[in-house]
Design a protein around this ligand. Sequence first.
Ligand code: PLP
Length: 478
Amino acid sequence: MVNLRIPGPTPIPKDVLQTSAAPMMNHRGPEFAQIIRRVTDGLNWVFGTNSDVLSLTTSGTGGLETAVVNTLSPGDKVLACSIGSFGDRLRSIAKTYGAEIESYAVEWGEAIDPAEVGRRLDADKDIKAVMVTHNETSTGVTNPLEAIAKEVRSRDRLIIVDAVSSMSSVPCPAERWGLDVVVSGSQKGWMVPPGLAFVWLSERAWAANAEAKMPRFYFDAAKTRDSLEKLQNPWTPAMTVYYSMDKAFELMRAEGLEGIFTRHEAAGNYTRERVKSLGLKLVPVDERYASNTVTAIWWPEGVDGKAISKKAREEHGVVLGGGQGKLEGKIFRIGHLGYFQHSDLVEALDVVEKLLAEARYPPRPLSQRGQPPRCHRRTAVPRIESSPGGERRGGCGSRAYGCRRPAPFERVQNAIVPLHERTQASGLGRSPFVLPWDGLQRLTIPARTLGGNFRRIARLWYVRLVYLRRTNAGGFPE
Ligand SMILES: Cc1ncc(COP(=O)(O)O)c(C=O)c1O
């Protein structure tokens, strides 16, 4: 199994993934209308809004384009704040559609200074809107958005926010923070495949929309809003992503927003501490602004980062994110957003440590490195359940939260369940090799309590249970 550690697309829980295989239905019929309602309610809950968040069939960039063309007219002046590749992209979109750009860009790795935004707005009363990236995925920096929004709001300008890689993972309450247009994308922290972008407009933004003259057709927010009132989309939507969202919201509601934010914060803390304990340098200059959804790390001087990433992928199944734009080949990124376990991060960092050692990168002497934070309660990432009582992924089963790769039990389970499904689907009935579910549950109890070396023990139990099942001596229920 690949350990996908790029900051989106992100891994998807099995039961969410399975929803993509559900049959098509009438996208303008009553069943799909119910799904649209539930998904929109879920989005409103996460965005922290009382009016509906729009869903568009496009990626995050399409969502950004929607934000721009629905609130601005050619010639409107915007303050484009950029701290990396995605800030630059938002600026390019506005420029493409004829906005006049006032650029506020900082060195990549730094965050926007809210006071500077205020100063620039005071100095130029013609600036109509401020555009800012909440979480800059290319540098692993999260801007102090609440403070920036305060500066913008107090001067009565619009604030357009790219929250593609933050919304659903870290706090970003659109109404409470006084944001005007907020955009996210399904393939990030939402635990679903790419295909939908989410865009919310405040009342002020809808007022701006009525005046906005930038050309738009497919990305017309008013058309989307009008269709949403009938619980439809103006165009044929990415229905399977809606199915997945519907399921993912069940998991998200079970975990709760606080739980989700805590898990991401723990992941950010763990990753940063571990990276520093290896003597590596974070890209964020000021750790207060380091992202809890993606950690960006400089490759050490003289190390061929691309070769290490290749080895990590080909030999260890760990897929690291690379650098973008001017950071290509200089940094790597570890995504920790959406559906992940602590053990995924431990494995990724173990592999980085091993490959760096092989590349003869001299780590700091042990005396200077401090304790790696492995299995430390403060930095351990709470476990996410795939579904209450359902399939789990990852975790070692030791008392500390998942400190190793998926337990043998889980590998066995992951191998058996699809086999069982296949034999059932083929009409052959239950395979004699397939264990009943509670047989697997029985397997896990001794394996977990016995601790170390339980891969061998689990295998022995597995063989024994298969034998019992075949001879029907175990009395397992059908
Ligand atoms: C902050 C941010 N903005 C915008 C985008 C663009 O989204 P997409 O690639 O889905 O178009 C991304 C994608 O990585 C992102 O991280």
